[in-house]
Ligand binder design. Structure first.
Ligand SMILES: C[S@@+](CC[C@H](N)C(=O)[O-])C[C@H]1O[C@@H](n2cnc3c(N)ncnc32)[C@H](O)[C@@H]1O
Length: 253
């Protein structure tokens, strides 16, 4: 938990920096999963009207606000007080949008089940052995998990074959100020094994590569489902496991 707490502190620095800049970002033009001008977009999550939805690690909240406008009942959870403050300042009173400042796992342990949990770049900041059981239990039977995760960073370093966190670099937008944060940057097979271990059926893994020739940053989009019936997520004590930058030059809000 130490690494994860340190990460939230870095996101507090990031959020405070963005608050101080007073930058007015427009509403989303198009939806991406971590790299601008890439596919897929919002279609990766399908129809959301009438669904209970969780945005995990929601930052400024623009994606969550988009889904609320489409008729979903969206909770946007972020562990960073500063990131949460940005979302509150931007969306003080938006129908269908609920802004929560909490650790995602703590929130999932007390929330009613969701039909859809999605995350744009937030999942790799949390120990998967802590997060995925909570996600699996936090989904209604038949519910979907869709998340993007860093695959290869800006320096061209590819994913790890072991389920361990590693230092990556987070740049404060508009500066040359870099912060180190630990992330779980894992091979797709590792994510698939973890999802299966916690009772989630993997439906698709989609490569999202930078459209810029000289830029090696790459993401993967994972889509999984809690089975309607059957085994479901395992209960009981969490298994022993390993305990999040990302890239120089953040594309996040
Ligand atoms: C890469 S940013 C993504 C923000 C937003 N999804 C976007 O696309 O702009 C990751 C977010 O995850 C949040 N986060 C990190 N650890 C978390 C945790 N344990 N629970 C909830 N949110 C967390 C950070 O505070 C940060 O706002």
């Amino acid at each position: 938990m130490g690494i994860e707490k340190d990460t939230v502190e870095i996101w507090n620095i990031y959020g405070s920096h963005q608050l101080a800049r007073r930058l007015e970002l427009p509403e989303l033009d198009r939806w991406d999963w971590g790299i601008p001008d890439t596919e897929p977009g919002i279609e990766a999550i399908g129809e959301v009207a009438g669904l209970r939805v969780l945005d995990l690690g929601s930052g400024l909240g623009r994606h969550a606000a988009r889904l609320a406008a489409l008729g979903a009942e969206v909770t946007a959870v972020d562990a960073s007080q500063a990131q949460h403050q940005r979302a509150l300042a931007r969306y003080p009173d938006t129908a269908g949008l609920h802004l929560v400042c909490a650790d995602a796992v703590a929130h999932l342990q007390e929330a009613a089940p969701y039909d859809l949990i999605y995350s744009i770049g937030g999942v790799p900041y949390v120990d998967p052995h802590r997060l995925l059981p909570a996600v699996a239990n936090g989904l209604a039977p038949g519910g979907r998990l869709v998340f993007s995760a860093l695959h290869t960073n800006s320096y061209g370093t590819g994913p790890s074959t072991a389920v361990v966190p590693r230092p990556e670099v987070l740049r404060l937008p508009g500066t040359d100020d870099y912060h180190s944060v630990y992330m779980w940057v894992l091979e797709p097979q590792q994510w698939k094994n973890l999802l299966a271990q916690y009772g989630l059926a993997v439906e698709a893994v989609t490569a999202i590569d930078s459209p810029q020739e000289n830029q090696s940053v790459s993401y993967r989009l994972y889509s999984a489902r809690r089975p309607e019936r059957g085994a479901g997520p395992p209960r009981g004590p969490r298994p022993v496991g390993g305990d999040d930058a990302s890239r120089a030059g953040s594309a996040f809000d």
